[in-house]
Design a protein around this ligand. Structure first.
Ligand code: GDP
Length: 298
């Protein structure tokens, strides 16, 4: 897992540090459980997951002798149990093609990079992928996506800066259909500062898509920056309201991020977590492996 996660391991040892010395070798009593719960909350797992995990520990081991090592393993097991049900990869199953995947998230979350990584992953699975530059609001966004498209050798449909995103998406779906594309990955504007406008824009994209294919968009993937901690969770609330969300990708788990926020998201929302971002490079998107991630966090 060192090779897989690089810095992710280093930084998320925080929970591990917080847990170290909590018991030494002692009986698992209420004071110890309280400390464990505090450590979990401090590590961004959120009060709900923290109390669920400590309750399970109490059920299984209250009054029994436990070492630090065993405590960490037990916590990792409980974390994995919370993550397991939401570890659902994004698969290309739509018929008719293309599968339309809207990617949403605030600017800076890693949305553009994640689109490229995701497209690359599909290409490696032998799917034909097209990108659509639906973030026409930011000057740099279209150019950035075009650079990635060129790098991975994927066609891109783009409109003029300031143009209508719904019209870009319309053109993209038509082109993708004509070209027998399997997955159309659509970038969208991430300006949450103007929630009303963003909501209207995404609703219009949905209407246009729905007219071309009632099933589209097949996926609405919210990209979250794990370094935002609790704020990432607030973004789930807002984007659920603004756009509907069918799944999550959490980025920047290689940096100073605490993986704990993944557990909080899983516990509070139950949305599929499709993958995690662990770096800036094209192949730095990892499948979401609950056991591995749980062991890295704990
Ligand atoms: P957008 O504004 O949401 O489209 O974000 P970008 O894709 O442009 O990414 C913003 C910054 O975060 C860029 O410098 C990316 O290289 C970086 N980034 C994206 N994903 C990751 C990740 O998983 N890990 C790290 N360390 N950096 C990332």
């Amino acid at each position: 897992s060192d090779r897989l996660f690089g810095g992710f391991r280093k930084t998320s040892e925080r929970l591990s540090e917080n847990l170290t010395g909590v018991v030494g070798t002692a009986k698992l009593d209420q004071a110890t459980l309280d400390e464990v719960e505090d450590a979990l909350i401090l590590s961004d797992l959120g009060p709900s997951a923290a109390s669920r995990i400590t309750a399970r520990l109490a059920e299984k081991r209250f009054g029994l002798t436990i070492t630090d090592r065993e405590l960490k393993e037990a916590v990792a097991d409980e974390i994995a149990a919370i993550l397991q049900p939401v570890a659902i990869p994004l698969e290309i199953t739509a018929f008719p093609r293309p599968q339309v995947i809207l990617v949403i998230g605030v600017n800076g979350s890693g949305k553009t990079t994640t689109i490229a990584k995701l497209a690359h992953l599909f290409q490696e699975q032998d799917y034909g992928v097209m990108l659509a530059a639906g973030d026409t609001f930011r000057a740099a966004a279209i150019g950035q996506l075009a650079v990635w498209a060129e790098r991975i050798g994927a066609p891109i449909v783009r409109g003029p800066e300031g143009g209508d995103p719904a019209s870009v998406v319309f053109d993209a779906v038509k082109a993708a259909t004509q070209q027998g594309i399997d997955a159309l990955v659509v970038d969208t504007a991430g300006r949450l500062q103007n929630k009303r406008e963003l909501m209207d824009e995404l609703a219009k994209i949905r209407r246009v898509l729905g007219r071309l294919n009632p099933e589209a968009p097949h996926d609405v993937v919210l990209v979250l920056d794990a370094t935002n901690g609790q704020n990432a969770l607030n973004q789930i609330d807002v984007f659920k309201e603004v756009a509907g969300v069918t799944g999550l990708i959490m980025t920047k788990l290689d940096g100073t991020a605490r993986g704990g926020v993944l557990v909080a998201a899983a516990e509070q929302y139950g949305l599929p977590i499709h993958a995690i971002g662990v770096g800036e490079k094209i192949d730095d998107l990892r499948p979401f492996d609950p056991d591995l991630v749980a062991r890295v966090i704990a």
